[in-house]
Unconditional design. Structure first.
Length: 439
């Protein structure tokens, strides 16, 4: 096939990837901008700073991290409620696109709210962070977007290609995040917060346009009609089936791993600021480097491991969990920035970790139940951090001046539990079905 034919075939194969790329591009810029805004609200409460690389005392960094952690709790809790309703909507209508419209629309309103906080700089960090968290939580944020797109792929792909389709979707998100993180520091330091959040709004509007152009969806014809938002649909969670225990073990594992990934991400900027005193621009460069590694893992390494080494989803998930736990332990004791970079780059499957779990679950349930199970995965990912994120925050605040990497020990401990869960799920799956594909 000629190069032009391959390019045309690739273009025609695109569905969710362009939309997810644009959304995560804006989201990555938004995340760094919000963290920086909250930090500067504490470090420079009287007026917006002209020098974003100015140093800030560890106590103020810890206070800003406290606001960020509380905001993350609110976002995750509200995400859980929104995704719960989204699961009922999807399995009642068979539609995912309206969920994307909601998520993107409310995210745009959140950015408008933050623009107001920038204009009225005297508004303190706490009300700014909490109000933005409520709005962003009601959007469903990345949880709802990922849920909607995963349901679309689950309903429009074969079991053989599903893992790769999901990882390509993650790859597009990582690429969007990579570019967003890379440019975010430069945008903030050169243009300021106003243009910063305006660019985020443009990215979200572009995502809506790309969704309209590339995602063609028709309602799924279900065997039985049901009422809209029928809560009894969640009874399928306890339906007798061969792999019921397998599904629950995998969902619990997703919740645990998502929690530690969220905890680490929430503290990453504050940790690097406290230990290495890096600037926003330097943080953006590091984030872009790590995102590039994760992108390579999603679009190149995973397909190669599946195609040539014939590794199962279980094996890929185990490798990803192990590297997350091991790297966290190494980072806890590290004091050199270059070593931190090398260790972080070893986490090449980090962004695809939850995808392997989701892929297995979609192969264990019927298409009519897909929305409920995917929503429960996301709900758990939203609720469990409510218990764990304060622990990360407390550990960091208590040790920020003596041992700032101590919170990584919690990540390592949870990773060990997750490996045990994975082995148990794999054993039960093989025992119940005799499927050699789980080897």
């Amino acid at each position: 096939m000629c190069l032009g034919g391959k390019a045309r075939r690739f273009w025609e194969s695109l569905t969710v990837e362009p939309c997810f790329f644009s959304y995560t591009f804006g989201l990555s810029i938004y995340t760094l901008g919000l963290d920086s805004l909250l930090l500067q609200k504490f470090c420079s409460p009287d007026s917006a700073p002209r020098n974003f690389s100015q140093s800030c005392s560890p106590d103020l960094v810890g206070e800003a991290a406290d606001v960020s952690a509380t905001s993350n709790l609110i976002v995750e809790a509200l995400n859980a409620l929104v995704v719960f309703l989204a699961g009922l909507w999807r399995d009642s209508t068979g539609l995912s696109k309206p969920l994307l419209h909601w998520a993107l629309g409310v995210s745009i309103l959140t950015c408008c709210l933050l623009l107001g906080s920038v204009y009225f700089w005297s508004i303190p960090g706490w009300p700014t962070g909490i109000t933005a968290a409520v709005m962003f939580g009601l959007s469903g944020s990345k949880q709802l977007v990922y849920f909607a797109l995963a349901c679309f792929i689950g309903a429009n792909s074969s079991e053989e290609e599903r893992t790769q389709r999901l990882t390509f979707m993650i790859g597009s998100a990582v690429l969007g995040g990579l570019l967003g993180i890379f440019v975010s520091g430069y945008i903030l330091t050169n243009l300021g917060y106003v243009y910063f959040f305006l660019i985020v709004i443009c990215a979200y509007v572009t995502a809506i346009i790309l969704e309209i152009l590339f995602i063609s969806e028709k309602p799924i014809e279900f065997k039985e009609k049901s009422k809209l938002l029928d809560v009894t649909k969640y009874s399928v969670l306890y339906k007798k089936r061969n792999n019921r225990c397998v599904i629950w073990l995998l969902m619990v594992n997703m919740w645990l791993m998502y929690t530690i990934l969220t905890g680490e991400n929430a503290l990453s900027y504050f940790y690097l600021k406290a230990v290495y005193n890096i600037s926003v621009t330097q943080f953006g460069i590091l984030g872009s480097l790590f995102a590039a590694i994760h992108f390579l893992g999603a679009v190149a390494v995973v397909p190669l491991l599946i195609k040539f080494l014939k590794l199962s989803d279980y094996t890929l998930a185990a490798v990803a969990v192990f590297t997350v736990g091991f790297s966290a332990m190494c980072i806890a004791f590290n004091t050199e920035l270059i070593i931190y970079i090398v260790i972080s780059c070893s986490n090449i499957l980090r962004s695809s970790l939850l995808t392997f779990h989701r892929s297995i679950i979609t192969k264990c349930v019927n298409i009519e139940e897909l929305g409920v199970f995917m929503s429960v995965c996301s709900i758990g990912e939203g609720l469990l951090p409510i218990a764990f994120l304060p622990v990360y925050d407390v550990i960091f605040k208590k040790t920020v001046t003596s041992f700032p990497g101590a919170f990584n020990f919690l990540s390592t401990a949870v990773s060990i539990i997750s490996l045990i869960n994975l082995w148990s799920a794999k054993y039960l799956h093989k025992k119940n079905t005799g499927d050699l594909a789980v080897e």
